[in-house]
Design a binder for this molecule. Structure first.
Ligand code: PEP
Length: 250
């Protein structure tokens, strides 16, 4: 049975006290969420300690939104995988399209980050997804296939077993446009088939999340698809009501 996951990517939103309040609100309602759904909160680095404290007696897990591609040393402004793990994270989001686009993260950078995250016991949530022009040119399978092969194919099966994949079409992130359930299922099935080329049966065990304007109104239809195992949620993760409603949509 694949794990059902609803992960909230708070991006660069909330101040620490607001983040702690949001985390408290979410965990106070966690009993409304089916017990087989793993909730993950990914606040900014500066809130990790406070959110870790807020969720410590719940089943929710903590994630960072990124980690450094070096293990330690003179890298001003960076935060290492070891630091994130020590702050209480069990997950880290890697390869989000905003990191790829605005901070020029390449597969080479992501290979380093992936190795360090795994070496520090973190479970990477590895994001893939095509831009609008790539979809319009019919290149979405090529783009997503390359993002999978260039990074995930370098892992051992043991490492791959702890990775979560998130398919996030760039044209759907923060735009209010959601992929249709059919479009999302088609590419999730493609991702699983691509993983099967390298990892065989293990691909059936990997959770693949959908991300991109997922909200209470569309989560049920998306999560009902055979290869969609949950969501990576941006904007709607900043409201406890919406985040809980999405997590109840399986
Ligand atoms: C995201 O950036 O991970 C995301 C899914 O954002 P939104 O839900 O706001 O589209």
């Amino acid at each position: 049975m694949r794990k059902k996951i609803v992960a909230g990517n708070w991006k660069m939103n909330t101040l620490p006290a607001e983040g702690a309040t949001l985390a408290h609100e979410i965990v106070s309602r966690i009993t409304e969420v089916p017990s087989d759904v793993q909730l993950i909160l990914a606040p900014p680095f500066t809130h990790l300690d406070r959110v870790a404290e807020a969720i410590k007696d719940s089943s929710a897990a903590l994630s960072a939104q990124n980690c450094a591609d070096r293990d330690k040393g003179a890298f001003t402004g960076e935060v290492s995988a070891a630091m994130i793990a020590a702050a209480g994270c069990t997950y880290v989001i890697l390869g989000h399209s905003e990191r790829r686009e605005y901070y020029h993260e390449t597969s080479a950078t992501l290979n380093s980050k992936m190795a360090l995250a795994l070496a520090n016991g973190l479970r990477p949530i590895y994001c893939v997804g095509e831009k609008l022009e790539e979809r319009e040119a019919g290149r979405h399978f090529d783009v997503v296939g390359a993002q999978i092969r260039e990074v995930l194919f370098n892992l051992t099966p043991e490492q791959m077993a702890s990775v979560v994949v998130a398919y996030e079409p760039v044209w759907a992130i923060g735009t209010g446009k959601t992929a249709t359930a059919e479009q999302a299922q088609e590419i999730h099935a493609f991702i699983r088939k691509t993983l099967a080329e390298k990892y065989g049966w293990l691909s059936e065990e990997i959770s693949i999340l959908y991300g991109g304007s997922c909200k209470p109104a569309n989560a049920r239809e998306l999560f009902a698809q055979k290869d969609i195992d949950g969501g990576l949620i941006g904007g709607a993760a900043l409201k406890a009501d919406d985040f809980i409603a999405i997590a109840r949509s399986f």
